[in-house]
Design a protein around this ligand. Structure first.
Ligand SMILES: [Zn+2]
Length: 473
């Protein structure tokens, strides 16, 4: 993977949101205007079927015109350099539309100077959490009629085109579990990609955090080969490596100092036009909920409190005071509830609000490196973007939490994908798949037999088929 410094120069790639696309501008047709014209203007008055059809037409338009809509070397304005920068510098080097063919040695040199890594062929990965607005249980759930269909269509057709151009090897994405992977990705990319997905929660991996998500990956068949099991067996196979039993509750993340908690309570009280007495800080006095929370939140706190008395009168208990008790997207309980972009999480055992930096910590961004390493134990480095996260205000961090992913789960999925794929080098071998099976099949098969609980049956069948058939010829 590229270095972080490289990522920071790329202007429109967001780790937590969908990336924008730089359009080819040398044409007289403005594609943005075309897409604008396709969207029904007054959706409230337009029948649902027409809105649905409009977004289908938009997707068809993008697919049909992808050859000129998506250039091989897209550029976008870069806030770091103040000019148009290439979105995919390494891919630009291999672009078939380059004015002259670069030699393999030149391309390798470019990728080295870009990544400072001794890697013969860079792996080109697109990573983004796709927009989940149309599918989230917390929203209107307009699904195929949601305005987010438009950025999703652009993003997915861009994957299709970049796979065809052989300038992108893998994409990895995550979304809400209601996101229909087959309709959204598998069908669209049937000709170009192998698409896999699993639905998994941090709880499955031993983290006391709710965030069940679908994790997808698409491998471009032109440049990548999959060595893992078939789709139906992937989740079990993945959990064979990463599953852990839950051993603790969400209170484990509440590690902020009393001073910091008091500051947060002052901030929330300030939003309501109140100021807390500084004598309360010195006396370590518990702050009244009426001072910190809005009236509606106080009512919900009382409702959740009664619920807690019934189900778990002692120990950790969390509830989002922005969500009605027992309704909607509310997931109260001893683990951290699923984060929304607008969320006020209250800890009943600590009788205080959960801080956004604590919630980021719960989502795998190590915000408390110093506090978490008592004594002489091993130290874990702080999150590399911690200082940037701390510069954001509460609402901004909350938005990132609601839209973001659980980092350890995503990282596990990413690692799993990379550990079960091979990049094909078609410049060296005419049919790399054949040599791959010939060289790799024995070790893959023996490993499959050694761990019989992990299904690799379909892979074995395919290897046997290849050995008996094509390899002999
Ligand atoms: Zn730049």
């Amino acid at each position: 993977m590229g270095s972080f410094s490289k990522i920071s120069c790329v202007p429109s790639v967001g780790i937590m949101g969908i990336r924008s696309v730089s359009w080819r501008t040398s044409t007289t047709v403005c594609p943005i205007a075309v897409l604008d014209s396709m969207v029904p203007q007054d959706k409230a008055k337009v029948p649902a079927g027409e809105v649905l059809q409009a977004y289908r037409t938009m997707l068809s338009y993008l697919v049909d015109n992808r050859r000129w809509l998506f250039p091989s070397d897209p550029k976008s304005f870069c806030v770091v350099h103040g000019r148009q920068c290439s979105l995919c510098p390494a891919a630009a080097a291999t672009s078939s539309s380059a004015k002259r063919q670069r030699t393999t040695a030149e391309i390798r040199q470019m990728s080295r100077s870009d990544d400072s890594a001794d890697c013969p062929a860079p792996l080109r990965i697109n990573t983004a959490g796709t927009t989940c607005v149309g599918w989230s249980s917390a929203g209107k759930s307009l699904q195929f009629r949601d305005p987010s269909e438009r950025p999703h269509a652009i993003w997915s057709v861009e994957r299709l085109r970049r796979g065809e151009l052989q300038v992108e090897d893998v994409f990895v994405s995550e979304c809400t579990p209601r996101y229909p992977v087959k309709e959204k990705l598998v069908d669209l990319l049937a000709e170009t990609h192998d698409v896999f997905h699993i639905v998994v929660s941090p709880i499955d991996l031993g983290w006391p955090v709710r965030r069940r998500r679908v994790f997808c990956c698409g491998l471009s068949r032109a440049t990548m080969a999959w060595l893992g099991p078939e789709q139906d067996d992937i989740l079990q196979h993945f959990l064979g490596f990463f599953a852990r039993t839950l051993q603790t509750d969400g209170d484990v993340f509440l590690v902020a100092s009393d001073d910091r908690v008091f500051d947060e309570h002052c901030l929330l009280a300030g939003h309501r036009g109140l100021s807390l007495s500084s004598s309360a800080r010195e006396g370590n006095v518990l702050v009244s909920p009426e001072h910190v929370y809005a009236p509606g939140q106080v009512v919900r706190l009382q409702q959740y409190s009664r619920m807690r008395d019934e189900v778990a009168p002692s120990g950790a208990f969390f509830a989002d005071l922005n969500q009605n008790c027992g309704a909607g997207a509310s997931t109260p309980g001893p683990v951290i509830p699923s984060m929304l972009t607008s969320c006020t999480l209250h800890s009943f055992s600590k009788r205080r609000v959960a801080l956004t930096e604590e919630l980021l910590h719960a989502h795998g961004f190590n915000m408390y490196a110093e506090e978490m390493t008592p004594g002489t134990g091993p130290t874990w480095p702080p999150c590399r973007i911690r200082e940037h996260l701390l510069q954001l205000n509460r609402a901004q961090r909350q938005k990132l939490l609601g839209n973001g992913w659980h980092l350890p789960v995503f990282a596990s999925w990413f690692y799993y994908i990379l550990a079960h794929t091979v990049k094909l080098d078609r410049q060296v071998t005419v049919h790399p798949e054949r040599s791959l099976w010939r060289k790799g099949s024995s070790s893959v098969l023996s490993w499959g037999r050694a761990s019989s609980s992990l299904s690799l049956g379909s892979c074995e069948d395919e290897c046997t088929e290849l050995k008996e058939g094509q390899l002999g010829g």
